[in-house]
Design a protein around this ligand. Structure first.
Ligand SMILES: [Zn+2]
Length: 594
C-alpha cells in the first residue's frame, strides 16, 4: 500500500478514477444533495478501492455496466479525515456507481435561508471544497494527485440556477414537476478540491468574449462594473504564463457569508461581495484567482503539505499583474500589505514554528487549522528571491517551462526543486532554498520591497504618538492601498479623541472598501471607540469572510465591554456564519480572558 497524502486514503497502487458522472438532486428543505456518482476508470480495474467520505450516507454500490451489487465497508469515523469507504471491484470493472446522500451539516456546503441573501426571496447553496471537503459532497479519491474530469446533472427547484466549476451544457425541465436540471461538463482533469457548485437566484452580465460575472439580481450590475477590467487582467496574466487554458474565466459573486476572499474554481471563480468597493480598488483578489488558473489549477500542489506551490506563486503573479496594470507604487503597497499579514501569521504561530515552514508536515493536522499567510507571503518572497537571482527574463522562461512540464499534474516541493536544479544547477543552494522550505520564520535573504512614498507614509504613521498627523492634501493623494498601509502602521489602540480625529478626517466608519473599513474598525474596537460599535455590529452580522472576522473579534477582546459586545454579536450571527468562519471566531473567543 502506498498512501501519498496524509489527508486522504488515496492509494496509488489501487485503481484510479479518471472521470466522475454526478447526478444530484439539490434539496433545500432537508439540506442534502442526494443522488449517484459513477467513478470511471481509464482502463479495466479490479481489487480494493479506498475512497474518502465525510458525513455521507451510502445507500448502495454496483458495477456500472452490469448493475451487479458491490459490498462496501465504511471504516470508523476519523475526526479530520472522515470515514474510509472500501469497495472490492471484480475483474474487468470499467466503472462503479454509488448511490448516496450528503449530511445537512456537510463541511463543504453552506445552505443559506432566503433572509441571508441579497434578494431575500430565494435560498442559496454554495460549496467550498478546498482543502479536504470534496469528500463531504461525493465519495471520491480526495487527493490532489488523483485528478479527474467530470460531468454533472444537477436538479434544482424551478426558478433557481446552478453553476459549477465546469462548462455549462444547457438546462431543461427536471424529472419532477417544479424542478429544472442543469448539465455540466469539465473536460480537463482537476484536483477534487476544485469541484464547485452554487445554486441560487442568479443572473449574469457579459464582461468580455470569454468572461461573464454571475450574482444575485440585486448585485449583478455593481459586480459587472467592479470587474469590467477583467479582460485586460487575463491579457496581463497570459503575458506572464502563456495562453489561458480553461476557455472561459467566469466569476460568481456569492452572498456575504462566503468565508474566503475568493476561490479559484476553474471556469467559475467564487468571490466575496466585500470586493465590491464601488471604486475597483479591491480587484487584486480577481488577479489572484485568475493567476491560479496556471499556478494551482494547471500545476497543482500534490497535497496540503505543498500548499506554498499554489499560493506563493499565485501571490507573486498577482503582484506582477498589478504592476503591469497599475504601476510600481501599487505593487510596492501590495507587498507592504502582504508583509503585515506575514508578520501577523509569524506571531500567531510563535508556539508552533513548524507551521511557518513552506514545506510542512501535516499528518494529524487539519489543513484548515494550519491555514495562514505563510504559504502565501513567505512563498511569494521565495519566488521573488529566485527571480532576483536569475533575472526577470530568465525567470520568465523558467516559469513557462515549469507550466509546460507539469501542466495538468499535481506535484510536490521535491519535484519542483528537482526541476529548478535541472534548469539552473546550484540556484537553490545560492538562494538558500533549504532555509526557506525547511526552517521556521524568515531567512536572512528575504527581499524587502520599498518605495520612497511608502517609506514616508509609514514614518508618518509611526510618528502618531509624537503628534504627527497627515494633512488633507496628503490624504487626498493616497491610493486606497497606501491609506491601508498608513492605518496598519498606526498604534493598535488610540485615545478616544484620536479615534474621533481620524474618523472625521478620513471618513473611515462610512467606507465601503472593507480592507480599509475593517482595519479601522479593529483600531476602533481595541480603543473602545463607541461611535464605531454600530458599524462593527453591522459588519460582523453580515460578513463571514474569515480575514475580517478573526482580527475584529480579536480586537474586541481587549476590554470587558467590547468582549460583551463580541459575545452578544456572535450568538446572533453564528447561525449565519459558514462552519469554517464559526470555528475561526470560536478560536478567537477562547483567547478572551474570563
Ligand atoms: Zn490563492
Amino acid at each position: 500500500m502506498a498512501r501519498t497524502d496524509p489527508h486522504s486514503c488515496f492509494d496509488d497502487l489501487q485503481p484510479r478514477a479518471s472521470r466522475w458522472h454526478l447526478r444530484l438532486l439539490v434539496d433545500f428543505e432537508s439540506r442534502i444533495l442526494a443522488g449517484e456518482v459513477t467513478l470511471v476508470f481509464p482502463r479495466p480495474a479490479s481489487g480494493v478501492l479506498d475512497l474518502d467520505s465525510k458525513g455521507l450516507t451510502i445507500h448502495r454500490a454496483w458495477v456500472s455496466a452490469t448493475g451487479a451489487g458491490l459490498p462496501f465497508e465504511l471504516g470508523p469515523e476519523e475526526p479530520i479525515l472522515g470515514r474510509r469507504l472500501r469497495l472490492t471491484l471484480p475483474a474487468d470493472t470499467h466503472g462503479v456507481t454509488i448511490a448516496y446522500e450528503t449530511s445537512p451539516d456537510a463541511a463543504g456546503l453552506q445552505w443559506l435561508e432566503p433572509a441571508q441573501t441579497e434578494g431575500g426571496r430565494q435560498p442559496f447553496l454554495f460549496s467550498q471544497c478546498q482543502a479536504i471537503h470534496a469528500r463531504s459532497l461525493v465519495p471520491c479519491q480526495d487527493s490532489a494527485v488523483a485528478r479527474v474530469g467530470y460531468d454533472a446533472d444537477v436538479v434544482v427547484p424551478e426558478g433557481l440556477r446552478a453553476v459549477m466549476s465546469a462548462g455549462p451544457m444547457g438546462d431543461e425541465p427536471g424529472p419532477m414537476p417544479g424542478t429544472r436540471v442543469f448539465h455540466f461538463r469539465m473536460p480537463q482533469p482537476i484536483p477534487s478540491y476544485l469541484l464547485a457548485l452554487a445554486v441560487g437566484d442568479l443572473e449574469s452580465r457579459e464582461l468580455s468574449p470569454r468572461s461573464r460575472v454571475w450574482a444575485e439580481p440585486a448585485t449583478v450590475e455593481r459586480a459587472a462594473w467592479e470587474f469590467a477590467g477583467v479582460e485586460t487582467m487575463i491579457g496581463a496574466a497570459e503575458q506572464l504564463f502563456g495562453p489561458y487554458d480553461w476557455e472561459r474565466f467566469d466569476m460568481l459573486v456569492l452572498p456575504p457569508s462566503f468565508p474566503y476572499g475568493g476561490m479559484e474554481n476553474p471556469r467559475m471563480t467564487f468571490l466575496t461581495p466585500t470586493l465590491l468597493a464601488g471604486d475597483r480598488s479591491l480587484v487584486d483578489v480577481v488577479a489572484h484567482e485568475l493567476a491560479h488558473s496556471w499556478t494551482g489549477n494547471l500545476v497543482t500542489n500534490a497535497t496540503a503539505e505543498h500548499f506554498w506551490l499554489n499560493e506563493g506563486f499565485t501571490v507573486w503573479a498577482e503582484r506582477r499583474i498589478l504592476r503591469e496594470l497599475h504601476g510600481e507604487e501599487a505593487c510596492a503597497a501590495a507587498w507592504a500589505i502582504g508583509q503585515n499579514a506575514l508578520d501577523e501569521s509569524l506571531e500567531r504561530f510563535r508556539a508552533e514554528p513548524e507551521l511557518t515552514l513552506l514545506r510542512t508536515r501535516l499528518e494529524g493536522i487539519d489543513p484548515d487549522e494550519a491555514f495562514s499567510s505563510i504559504p502565501y507571503e513567505k512563498g511569494a518572497r521565495l519566488v521573488a528571491v529566485l527571480e532576483q537571482a536569475v533575472g526577470e527574463a530568465a525567470f520568465q522562461d523558467l516559469l513557462r517551462a515549469y507550466m509546460g512540464r507539469f501542466r495538468f499534474t499535481s506535484i510536490t516541493t521535491e519535484q519542483f526543486c528537482a526541476f529548478v536544479e535541472e534548469r539552473f544547477p546550484g540556484l537553490l543552494r545560492r538562494v538558500d532554498a533549504d532555509s526557506w522550505l525547511h526552517q521556521p520564520g524568515m531567512p536572512g535573504n528575504a527581499p524587502v520591497f520599498r518605495s520612497g512614498r511608502l517609506d514616508r507614509l509609514t514614518a508618518l504613521a509611526r510618528g502618531w504618538e509624537r503628534g504627527e498627523r497627515p494633512d488633507a492634501g496628503q490624504v487626498e493623494d493616497w491610493s486606497p492601498g497606501e491609506l491601508l498601509v498608513y492605518l496598519q502602521n498606526l498604534p493598535r489602540a488610540l485615545p478616544l479623541d484620536d479615534c474621533a480625529w481620524l474618523d472625521r478626517k478620513l471618513g473611515l466608519t462610512a467606507r465601503g472598501n472593507h480592507e480599509l473599513l475593517v482595519e479601522w474598525l479593529c483600531i476602533a474596537a481595541a480603543s473602545g471607540y463607541a461611535p464605531a460599535f454600530g458599524r462593527i455590529r453591522e459588519v460582523l452580522a453580515r460578513v463571514g469572510r474569515m480575514k475580517y472576522l478573526r482580527p475584529l473579534y480579536a480586537a474586541l477582546g481587549r476590554h470587558a465591554d467590547t468582549r460583551r459586545l463580541a459575545r452578544e454579536v456572535f450568538v446572533a450571527a453564528a447561525p449565519g456564519y459558514h462552519s469554517l468562519s464559526r470555528r475561526a471566531v470560536l478560536a478567537e473567543l477562547e483567547k478572551y480572558p474570563d
